[in-house]
Design a protein around this ligand. Structure first.
Ligand code: LR7
Ligand code: MN
Length: 576
């Protein structure tokens, strides 16, 4: 739908531009380039020098931005308006074959226009928002390794089609040593004809997404760097709210809401605006429900920017100078993983702000498995990257990572002294400060008496989550001294917890379940008596007891009798 076919003319003047083929020039609608250029000129007196360029951030002069032209659906084309693509049964085999190439439905992706239309998924309150008349320009940095043509170029086109042209400085594609022919000369030729400057950089050898992004960032000439993954689709109005937050405070790192593009059908599915980023004891990034505390801080306004404890990592805007001031990335991290939590902790602990702008929506193809190789081994790489995060930023809370992830104790983290120096140089706050002020709802307890395994005095076996989920029974088995499922924290809030889950009982004879910790005491409050070694359930007054012969893996809750079967040892045999 290039040419004028999918563009809606807002005026005769606009129609003329479409007819001339200048249909990506947003010099119509409300977004007149001349107007912006002029406004920049008007405010010269107030501008300051930024990387040798005189620019003006002017947060009080507001206007309603519109990223015309609107991409209209092409009738008959699969996937328009973000709809699912259905593969006819006779192509199912081919579909399965192609799926393996990128771990998403490549056949479906290839059927969809690079310029496909999407719904405007924003909350009503977002559409009428005004933003500073002068926003900084941004360069988009997209790193990729063996990305599919259609997803990569659809990302690029969605940026071009849905960003106000005056704000889009350039798009920088960083090829991280891809092995696919079409990503060579063909890509370079293709991008030459695009209506905004698009550059292709290449890492000399596979360097991983972290170092690839650093390479891209070096070439950025815009005032703000916006990172995207290589399989995204930006929706109407995605960019202005991101840049506007940086105008308010240049130490703000802003993410859009990351919507889901189905890896099966390429359907565009809106994600919740009530979700923020957190992490578990393994230091996996996880989505959790936004806390009531944060809803209250925003006075219940779902269109207000959301302060998030962590970010997913792939999609965000950051002032270019601030990116370097705050330490860009840890160059000691390889291939994939960890950099998202590293930047999240660093931004918060070192005086920045990390937000999700709920008015900005960008879709991302989430997939079940990684399609590419991890030279050196997946787990080694991820464990090492994550250990670097723990070693530099988490103070004693790094113990949670190590007890939970036995493999991590043996990986070589490499030299982290530079990153620790950075932390000192920037006078960054402690992890305790972060947990107290930014993430009090965290899975990691602020204060705890004990972290380790819990062993029954009589059977000598250990409590074990058996890897079970919230709502399932607590288990018990022989002690393996490896941590993981046999590690529990006994907290000052009287919880006995492993990762997200707490021991929980709601009647005096059990069962004892693992239930997502709610932090409110109640059924999750336990008292460990160091003298008689009982673990007493506060609400029922019953005691935790070793399993009986009917089910040797099921710990019981029974009236207290102070026998050895109800005595527990909280002393770890393993060290980390
Ligand atoms: O060696 C590599 N070189 C690369 O250039 C490995 C990957 N890459 C590229 C890759 O082609 C892609 O464009 O890096 C990008 C991210 O890799 P993905 O898409 O395979 O990973 P992901 O979407 O699971 O990654 C999420 O976590 C990563 C941790 O390192 C990064 O932070 C990704 O940017 C991040 N993606 C998102 O935040 C999108 C939302 C996903 C969630 C939650
Ligand atoms: Mn991705």
């Amino acid at each position: 739908c290039l040419g004028g076919s999918c563009k809606q003319a807002k005026s005769p003047e606009a129609q003329a531009l479409i007819d001339e083929g200048k249909d990506y020039d947003p010099a119509f609608g409300e977004n007149k380039i001349e107007e912006i250029v002029e406004a920049r000129r008007d405010l010269q007196g107030e501008s300051f020098n930024h990387q040798g360029v005189s620019i003006t951030y002017h947060p009080t002069n507001l206007k309603k931005w519109r990223s015309a032209p609107v991409v209209l659906p092409v009738p008959g084309q699969p996937g328009e308006n973000g709809k699912a693509v259905h593969i006819p049964p006779e192509q199912e085999e081919l579909m399965k074959e192609k799926f393996k190439l990128n771990q998403f439905n490549l056949l479906a992706s290839d059927m969809i226009s690079l310029n496909r239309s999407l719904q405007d998924v924003r909350l009503d309150g977002c559409r009428s928002k005004v933003y500073p008349r002068l926003l900084p320009t941004t360069s988009i940095v997209i790193v990729f390794h063996n990305e599919a043509w259609s997803t990569l170029l659809r990302t690029v086109w969605s940026v071009i089609n849905r960003s106000p042209k005056a704000l889009l400085k350039e798009i920088i594609l960083v090829d991280d040593a891809s092995e696919r022919d079409y990503l060579g000369k063909k890509l370079e030729e293709y991008v030459k004809d695009l209506p905004v400057p698009v550059y292709v950089l290449r890492t000399e050898k596979r360097s991983g997404l972290i170092r690839a992004r650093l390479l891209g960032a070096e070439k950025v000439t815009g005032q703000v760097i916006t990172f995207l993954d290589a399989h995204c689709e930006c929706t109407e109005g995605w960019l202005e709210p991101l840049l506007a937050r940086i105008v308010e405070n240049r130490k703000t790192v802003v993410c859009p809401i990351i919507d889901v593009i189905s890896d099966e059908s390429f359907e565009y599915i809106t994600a919740s605006d009530m979700t923020w980023g957190g992490f578990n004891w393994k230091l996996n990034f996880r989505w959790y429900r936004v806390s009531q505390r944060e809803m209250d801080r925003r006075k219940g306004d779902r269109t207000a920017p959301l302060r998030t404890p962590t970010m997913a990592g792939g999609l965000f805007s950051i002032d270019k100078d601030y990116f370097y001031e705050i330490g860009s990335y840890d160059e000691g991290m390889d291939i994939w993983g960890g950099e998202n939590l590293e930047m999240s902790f660093r931004v918060w602990q070192c005086g920045g702000v990390l937000e999700i702008s709920t008015c900005s929506h960008v879709g991302h193809v989430f997939r079940g498995t990684s399609p590419y190789s991890f030279p050196g081994g997946v787990s080694n790489i991820i464990l090492k990257n994550t250990a670097r995060v723990a070693e530099v930023w988490m103070d004693q809370w790094k113990d949670f990572y190590y007890v939970m992830t036995p493999g991590a104790r043996n990986v070589a983290v490499g030299d982290v002294s530079k990153r620790r120096e950075l932390r000192a140089k920037l006078h960054c706050k402690s992890f305790r400060w972060y947990l107290e002020n930014i993430y009090p709802e965290s899975q990691m307890p602020l204060d705890y008496y004990y972290l380790g395994d819990i062993r029954n005095l009589e059977s000598r076996n250990c409590l074990d989550t058996m890897g079970r989920k919230s709502g399932e029974n607590l288990g018990m088995t022989y002690c393996h001294n490896m941590g993981g499922n046999q590690v529990f924290a006994y907290t000052k809030r009287q919880q006995i917890m492993n990762d997200d889950n707490c021991l929980d009982a709601n009647s005096k004879n059990g069962p004892v379940k693992l239930v997502r910790c709610h932090g409110m005491g109640g059924n999750q409050a336990w008292v460990y008596d160091e003298v008689d070694k009982t673990i007493k359930h506060v609400n029922t007054g019953s005691c935790l007891q070793k399993p009986d012969s009917s089910d040797v893996n099921l710990p019981l809750l029974r009236p207290c009798n102070y026998g050895e079967g109800q005595q527990w040892i909280m002393e770890s045999d393993f060290k980390w």
